[in-house]
Design a protein around this ligand. Structure first.
Ligand code: ATP
Ligand code: MG
Length: 211
């Protein structure tokens, strides 16, 4: 009403969690689109902790993934990188990420940005209900992934928004495999990340089958 004192709007902060092994332009475009769409003051990139096994493979050390994320986001004044997940021991759970960020920024409204593929896993995440209390969720549609009807139906509509990201069929898996085959990743990841991967030989070239 008119006698409500004016106060600044809560700061809106996007949270982009990921393994970032390596960070690529799909992540960066998604973060940028959501930043613009929701007029976010900031997007915090949060590399997952280590030691961590992603299905069947060993993940690159957290410090390398953190540094690549810093390099990739350095030029954008609205992008920052948080160490909360890499400094917390053990497996990363999104509920812990959001609790830690909320403790750092109690007044912020958090928007957790995730690909549609990861959003579909949300109910396998620890404490799914608590997640919706801590943050709004923004699901980015990504080429090659579809959400099944039951997943869409089980998501609280007031806490989740789907956003279409320009079709970027880039994945970290593909970037790693290309590097191991000796193929270029220029323009799939930022230039500094190409150079960081080469400097530290993060994804060593595998011996080619030869006759
Ligand atoms: P991997 O192939 O190793 O699983 P990834 O490319 O999926 O890697 P992650 O670090 O696992 O990258 O992803 C972090 C987040 O970014 C997830 O929520 C994922 O869904 C989302 N994401 C990944 N690639 C894209 C893309 N091209 N467009 C939009 N979102 C993406
Ligand atoms: Mg993934």
């Amino acid at each position: 009403s008119s006698d409500t004192p004016l106060r600044p709007l809560p700061r809106r902060v996007g949270v982009m969690g990921g393994t970032f092994d390596p960070i690529h332009h799909g992540h960066l475009v998604a973060a940028s689109e959501v930043q613009a769409w929701f007029d976010l003051d900031e997007v915090v990139f949060v590399p997952t902790g280590a030691p961590w096994q992603k299905a069947d493979r060993t993940v690159t050390p957290a410090e390398d993934r953190y540094l690549m994320t810093v390099i990739a986001t350095a030029s954008n004044p609205r992008f920052t990188v948080s160490r909360v997940d890499i400094d917390r021991p053990g497996t990363t759970y999104t509920i812990d990420t959001l609790r830690d960020l909320k403790a750092e920024m109690p007044d912020a409204e958090l928007y957790f940005i995730t690909g549609a593929d990861a959003l579909a896993d949300i109910f396998t995440w620890r404490d799914a209900e608590g997640l919706f209390e801590l943050a709004r969720f923004v699901g980015c549609t990504r080429p090659g992934y579809t959400m099944d009807e039951s997943t869409i139906a089980s998501i609280p509509a007031d806490r989740v928004t789907m956003v279409e990201i320009p079709a970027l069929a880039i994945s970290s898996t593909d970037c790693r495999e290309r590097t191991r085959r000796g193929e270029p990743v220029w323009y799939l990841v930022p230039d500094g990340v190409v150079q960081y991967i080469a400097k530290h030989d993060l994804y060593p070239k595998e011996p080619q089958d030869s006759a």
